[in-house]
Design a protein around this ligand. Structure first.
Ligand SMILES: CC(C)(COP(=O)(O)OP(=O)(O)OC[C@H]1O[C@@H](n2cnc3c(N)ncnc32)[C@H](O)[C@@H]1OP(=O)(O)O)[C@@H](O)C(=O)NCCC(=O)NCCS
Length: 250
């Protein structure tokens, strides 16, 4: 996807002091015809505690107060990455609230997206006038004991054939890419569609490895802008920690 992950930035003392903080990198992507910086934060759940929220000035909703430490950590580092992305666009710190469909609510002048796995969280924003929707997603290569269940959730028969024909990419990574791309697509369209739609809404047609792009076609009418048969390309890159990251804007 023409992405460049810059080496670990020398994080400020305030970030370094947060419990569980493991590092900060930036990934430069080309989205909606402009440069977009994905803010990536590595973290260690075992070293995390909830004092981080007050330390970074991030609001802790009641649902998160009641959550297990892993959920608190992923929520915290996702919101912290969002705060870094918002700040880069010249906005003061604002609370990124939780929407009715669990979507993050960014300031109205920005379109934003958040993702996290067990050890890394990321967020990206674009000016709202540049795009209708933005989604990013990070996944680990699919573990051997989860391959069957992820295939059943994410893939139709023709998509399985596309992946099986991809000799250059390890299958657990190729499967993670399709899973991740569909989740990025969902995040970017969820507000416009206004309902949950299933993984079968999007069918993989091919993967362009040199250009780092997955090619999909919609299998159902999603909204006025996305009738059945609409085609889209979703970019991907591999992160330094071995995860896949996909990103989609429209
Ligand atoms: C919403 C969903 C995509 C999030 O995926 P996840 O496995 O929890 O993965 P991530 O960690 O990457 O993303 C979580 C973040 O997504 C964001 N998110 C959740 N719901 C969202 C929505 N409706 N729209 C946009 N972003 C959303 C949130 O910021 C969330 O983090 P937070 O709860 O800490 O704020 C997933 O839970 C889901 O519901 N998938 C089913 C629908 C789908 O993907 N269909 C495929 C269509 S082709």
């Amino acid at each position: 996807m023409l992405a460049v992950e810059t080496e670990w930035k020398a994080a400020g003392a305030a970030l370094q002091a947060l419990p569980g903080f493991g590092g900060h990198t930036q990934l430069r992507l080309r989205l909606a015809g402009r440069d977009c910086h994905v803010q990536l934060l590595r973290y260690d759940v075992a070293a995390f505690d909830e004092t981080a929220f007050a330390g970074a000035g991030i609001a802790m909703p009641a649902t998160i107060q009641r959550s297990v430490r892993k959920r608190q950590a992923e929520f915290f580092f996702g919101r912290l990455a969002a705060a870094l992305a918002i700040k880069e666009h010249g906005h003061a710190a604002v609370e990124v609230a939780i929407g009715a469909m669990r979507e993050p609510i960014f300031p109205t002048t920005l379109t934003g997206t958040i993702t996290h796995t067990g050890a890394v969280a990321a967020a990206a924003v674009l000016p709202a006038h540049c795009c209708n929707g933005l989604g990013i997603d990070i996944e680990q290569p699919i573990a051997a004991n989860s391959i069957d269940s992820v295939e059943q959730l994410v893939l139709g028969p023709s998509e399985r054939m596309v992946l099986e024909g991809l000799a250059q990419l390890p299958y657990p990574m190729a499967l993670a890419l399709v899973f991740s791309a569909k989740e990025s697509f969902y995040k970017a369209l969820a507000r416009a569609v206004g309902r949950i739609f299933d993984f079968s809404a999007l069918r993989l047609e091919g993967i362009g490895l040199p250009a780092q792009r997955l090619h999909f076609v919609t299998q159902e009418a999603l909204c006025a802008d996305w009738p059945i048969g609409s085609r889209c390309e979703i970019g991907f890159t591999l992160l330094a920690g071995g995860e896949v990251l996909t990103a989609f804007s429209w």
